[in-house]
Design a protein around this ligand. Sequence first.
Ligand code: ZN
Length: 242
Amino acid sequence: MKTLLISDIHANLTALEAVIAAAGSFDATWCLGDLVGYGPDPNQCVERVASLPNLLCVMGNHDAATLRRIEIDAFNPEARTALVWTQQQLSEANAAFLRERPEVINVDQITLVHGSPRQPVWEYLLDTRTATANFEFFDTLYCFVGHTHLPVIYHLPDDQRLAHLIVPENTTQVTLAPRSIINPGSVGQPRDRDPRAAYALLDMDDYTCEWHRVSYDFASVQERMRQAGLPERHILRLAAGW
Ligand code: ZN
């Protein structure tokens, strides 16, 4: 069974469609949150994600802020501008879809969260020490996260005290080893200086996970963002992946 792993779409429909096309056929979809925020296509992205096969999808911090579940003041001024715009755009049906997303999903030996198992919506796993501390906060063999917009695997073998960090690149294939925390990277706003959309394909029959990058027409997304009056900084970063 092939599962498409996506995260941090951030209302970028062009990147999302490029990922879906590049992924080919897949049986299930796990989405790690932040469907909206930053980008120009919040409604289309929620509807497209909702249409994907056998979807499991958790709530991200931008999703929660769009729903007014967390204070918009917790974000920087430009992210706030984008969130207010997103609140104005989002249809009631799409808001209802986001409202139904749980913060944590557990299935078999898998945990899905947006940020971290310790603080599912907010915490960033940006270093091995923070990641290592988080292994105490989930019981399954594998935990999938998003939020940092950086593809990564943190692997903590039973006999070790500090997790190893692996940074997967395009077409890196890894057989997952227990226990690991895995981030597929961001579809709609990559931050590792590679502007291509990131995703991963997971085969749970043999626990292989393959990371991918796909180019998309970010200029057309930038154009829609300009028309919508979204912050220039968010427009510029798409071209460079930061
Ligand atoms: Zn995000």
